[in-house]
Design a protein around this ligand. Structure first.
Ligand code: ZN
Length: 297
């Protein structure tokens, strides 16, 4: 059995995973505001406790950790969401854990899981994008995750799609994630419809469903789909994937957005090699994708 750990921006999930990918047991905790000052202790202590408990259930072969940010070998180089920089998490965990430990960027972990068990399983070459607060990405070629030596790479969210566009948290301007992320979509709706900034995802989905035929909502959706299709068609032109998997909170809005996205990519003049059809599947493993993928690294 293996351990997969997902360090989200707001939670820690530790799972005991069978070799078939089945989650045998899972422990989860929210990261609170007051945890921010001693975030490393919070992470390490929770992981130590959970693994101690899972040891009672059988032998643990290895441990993988999905990290929301940039990683290099054993170190979290930077995670804006967790407020971490140059943190050698593998070394820290080895203080009390003897089993092999590996870490990887969370979007890459989700892509590995979706390629092994989920939405892009049947395809040997595919792309996986997480559309949520930002845009994460991974490319799979001949069933292998493409990865540069020192950094995660494949930062699809930070390709520039607009000259002198909106300022991105990475410091550049006009990045794809400033236009194509679900955060960008939600922000636009909140501004245009003058909604409360604290509206949650479920309520927002209801608003979109109820208003989808109104002129204002159609305009918002059209603008979002136009930007999203530019980013994704750029990726198709580079990788020519057999299929694309999309995860993140986009999945909840897929009934409304996905048909429009496919149609836009195919009918606008965006693709170098014209296609009759396009396979874009929504992620199947949901919130467990990062954790399951981490157990596979
Ligand atoms: Zn950026």
């Amino acid at each position: 059995m293996k351990i997969g750990i997902d360090l989200g921006g707001s939670h820690i999930a530790v799972g005991l995973i069978e070799s078939s990918g089945k989650v045998l047991s899972k422990k989860e905790v929210q990261i609170l505001k007051e945890d921010e000052n001693n975030i490393k202790d919070v992470i390490e202590n929770y992981i130590f406790g959970a693994i101690e408990e899972f040891r009672q259930k059988g032998k643990i072969e290895s441990i993988g950790v999905a990290i929301p940010g940039t990683v290099s070998k054993t170190t979290v180089v930077k995670s804006v969401n967790l407020g971490l920089e140059n943190y050698n998490i593998v070394e820290a965990l080895h203080k009390r854990i003897q089993e092999p430990i590996k870490i990887k960027n969370d979007a890459k972990c989700a892509a590995i899981a979706e390629n092994t068990y989920g939405s892009i399983k049947q395809y040997s070459s595919s792309l996986f994008l997480t559309l949520g607060t930002g845009i994460g990405g991974a490319a799979i070629f001949e069933n292998k995750l493409l990865s540069p030596e020192d950094v995660p790479g494949f930062e699809f969210g930070h390709m520039i799609i607009k000259h002198n566009g909106k300022l991105c948290k990475c410091g550049k301007r006009g990045c794809f994630e400033q236009y194509g992320s679900m955060k960008a979509f939600k922000q636009k709706i909140i501004e245009e419809l003058e909604l409360d900034n604290k509206i949650d995802g479920e309520q927002l989905l209801k608003v979109v469903e109820n208003e989808k035929d109104s002129h204002i909502m159609q305009e918002i959706i059209d603008e979002y789909i136009t930007d999203l299709s530019i980013g994704i068609s750029n990726l198709i032109n580079i990788f020519e994937p057999e299929a694309i998997g999309i995860g993140g909170s986009f999945v909840y809005f897929a009934d409304i957005l996905l048909p429009k996205l496919k149609d836009k990519i195919l009918s606008d003049n965006l693709l170098f090699n014209k296609r009759e059809s396009l396979i874009i599947n929504t992620a199947m493993l949901g919130n467990d994708a990062g954790m399951i993928g981490a157990s596979l690294i």
